[in-house]
Design a protein around this ligand. Structure first.
Ligand SMILES: Nc1ncnc2c1ncn2[C@@H]1O[C@H](COP(=O)(O)OP(=O)(O)OP(=O)(O)O)[C@@H](O)[C@H]1O
Length: 566
């Protein structure tokens, strides 16, 4: 189990550390190396000898070592140069983190080592997060019917720092990651049920969480902690041992409120998609591209199959090929022993959603086109062709026709994926903002009665330029619902940028410059948070990467405090 789940995460980490001559290793609970990567790198020859599978680097065998201490103390450690006990280990520095199984047992440790050069170890955080990801994989692979993800902060509820619990259909706790155990005071794991932990029945909570789709929702644990939670339904695809997490919303999409001007096009898209026409969705960040893709899938010809989303801009170029195509055993150094099915195969008999397709490297575009045309693929390092059938939806915020003109997007691929194009308008251009606000207020209020907006608050919402689109609006209303009193959301219950930006936005709009209004909103939010990029992005309801882009676009980059370290 340790190897199966450690391998893909180690591979990801190794992809990051490889060029800096690190050796990444996984040891079992006794300290025996069970897997290592980078040991064949000539620059790491001495280290490679230490981290050969089968060697014991635990405390009893080798004294003070990174993995030995991580296992003995059960926590993240860094051991540098002369801190090692054995003379032979002193030329090295290492960072190691323990790995716990879903029952809370220590089952091994993850380590990264390199030649000691006096510099501080900069990879502790990466090791810790990778160990967390391995533990999370083990919990989601337990085969429970539901996984609950949560964190104190909504921002982290989908990250590897989240608490994660796996439940059976009837609410029995099957396993938990260390973060969940800590947040819920689960010292050991007796027969916990959902009701014990959250004081509410599983079905009621599921209803509430599902109504909010994959958005984090406030739930209170029996120990009094207020947590932001999301639920995922575990759905099995393909061979029995591979489970893919699918947001519950993909099966039961909440009604998507659509702008009346695009409604006719959307109903055409649903019909076309049903007859296997690939759909291309265009729209700025937060306009609901993924939500639309999920709702197309839910009514599409392969709705009983998986919905597999791939964000083409977030996979490093070196990994994109193996992520999409999968590989056979031994296809490359660090490949998982049993090989791996890629996203194309995972999406077989379901829907493949290629998000940010405009960012796919040219070389991959050619390979994607071939798969789409031939409806078959060969895994990396393999010779057998695999027949594929999936529905295709692509999305991008870029103008693909323009990219074709610039020769950075293949024209033939553009025509192949663009069976029908749907443009989701930015919120500032939507005519239905009042109706959308009502729909989102009802969503955010959940089982409670939706509050109403004061006239001033409503006007401020109408005047706001909404750089983060529907996502930003949803976040603003969530805050309003949380802070309002006596069922009325006043201006002061909304994020600070909204009221303040109003006069600027109104005058800028009168000048005809929406961009200026948007710049003003960003500038004010940044000033309010004293240049803190994370807080500003949160307030605006946009991703940090989007905020950085906007800071550059508006010449505000300098006003962000130490942006790179933020
Ligand atoms: N029409 C809508 N009705 C209700 N909620 C919506 C709608 N459109 C978007 N949202 C909400 O806004 C958020 C962003 O939606 P989604 O992820 O689908 O946008 P996107 O265009 O794919 O964004 P990005 O480009 O950043 O990936 C989600 O939380 C979704 O619930």
């Amino acid at each position: 189990m340790l190897l199966d789940h450690a391998e893909p995460e180690m591979q990801r980490l190794f992809g990051v550390l490889e060029n800096a001559n690190w050796v990444v290793a996984c040891v079992d609970e006794r300290g025996f190396v069970v897997r290592s990567m980078g040991e064949s790198n000539p620059a790491c020859r001495d280290l490679g000898n230490v981290f050969r599978p089968g060697v014991n680097v635990g405390e009893r065998a080798a004294g003070t070592t990174g993995p030995g201490c991580a296992l003995a103390d059960g926590r993240l450690v860094a051991i540098c140069g002369s801190e090692h006990f054995l003379e032979e280990a002193r030329p090295f520095s290492c960072a190691a983190a323990p790995i716990f199984d879903p029952k809370g047992q220590l089952i091994g440790a993850l380590d990264a080592s390199r030649l000691h050069d006096g510099r501080p170890i900069g990879v502790l955080e990466a090791i810790a997060l990778t160990a967390r990801s391995i533990e999370n994989r083990m919990v989601t692979a337990l085969g429970g019917a539901f996984c609950l993800s949560f964190h104190y902060s909504a921002e982290f509820s989908g990250s590897s720092l989240r608490g994660l619990l796996s439940f059976s259909e009837d609410g029995l706790l099957l396993g938990a990651n260390p973060a969940a155990r800590q947040m819920l005071d689960l010292a050991q794991l007796p027969e916990w049920t959902f009701e014990h932990l959250f004081g509410e029945s599983l079905s009621r909570t599921l209803d509430r969480l599902r109504r909010n789709r994959s958005e984090p929702t406030l739930i209170e644990a029996a120990n009094g902690l207020r947590l932001q939670a999301r639920v995922d339904t575990v759905k099995r695809v393909g061979d029995a041992d591979r489970s893919v997490l699918m947001p519950a919303g993909a099966q039961q999409p909440a009604a998507m409120h659509v702008d009346p001007t695009v409604a006719p096009l959307l109903s055409m898209a649903r019909r076309a998609f049903f007859h296997d026409v690939p759909i291309l969705i265009n729209g700025e960040t937060g306009t609901g591209k993924e939500m639309l893709a999920q709702s197309l899938h839910a009514e599409g010809p392969r709705r009983n199959g998986p919905f597999v989303a791939v964000n083409c801009s977030s996979i490093p170029a070196s990994l994109i090929e193996s992520e999409l195509f999968g590989y056979e055993p031994g296809a490359f150094t660090g490949a998982r022993r049993g090989g791996m099915a890629g996203k194309f195969e995972q999406a077989n008999r379901g829907t493949l959603f290629l998000d940010e397709i405009g960012d796919m490297p040219l070389e991959m575009q050619a390979r994607l086109l071939r798969v789409l045309q031939e409806q078959q693929l060969t895994r990396l390092g393999g010779s057998q062709t695999i027949q594929l059938r999936f529905s295709l939806i692509c999305a991008t915020h870029r103008d693909l026709a323009e990219r074709v003109g610039q020769a950075s997007f293949r024209e033939d691929l553009y025509y192949r994926i663009n069976g029908l194009r749907v443009e989701l308008p930015p919120l500032r251009q939507r005519k239905d903002i009042d109706a959308l606000i009502e729909a989102l207020l009802a969503l955010e209020a959940g089982a409670r009665k939706a509050p109403r907006l004061s006239a001033q608050a409503r006007q401020a919402l109408r005047d706001h330029p909404w750089p983060g689109n529907v996502r930003e609006l949803r976040h603003a209303l969530r805050l309003g619902v949380a802070l309002c009193e006596h069922g009325v959301i006043e201006l002061e219950h909304l994020p600070a940028t909204i009221g303040v930006a109003r006069p600027a936005a109104a005058s800028a709009t009168a000048d005809g410059s929406l961009e200026q209004a948007e710049r003003e909103a960003v500038r004010l939010a940044l000033a309010r948070h004293e240049g803190n990029v994370s807080a500003t992005a949160r307030t605006l309801g946009i991703a940090r990467a989007t905020l950085y882009r906007k800071l550059k676009q508006f010449g505000l980059y300098e006003e962000a405090s130490t942006p790179d370290e933020d």
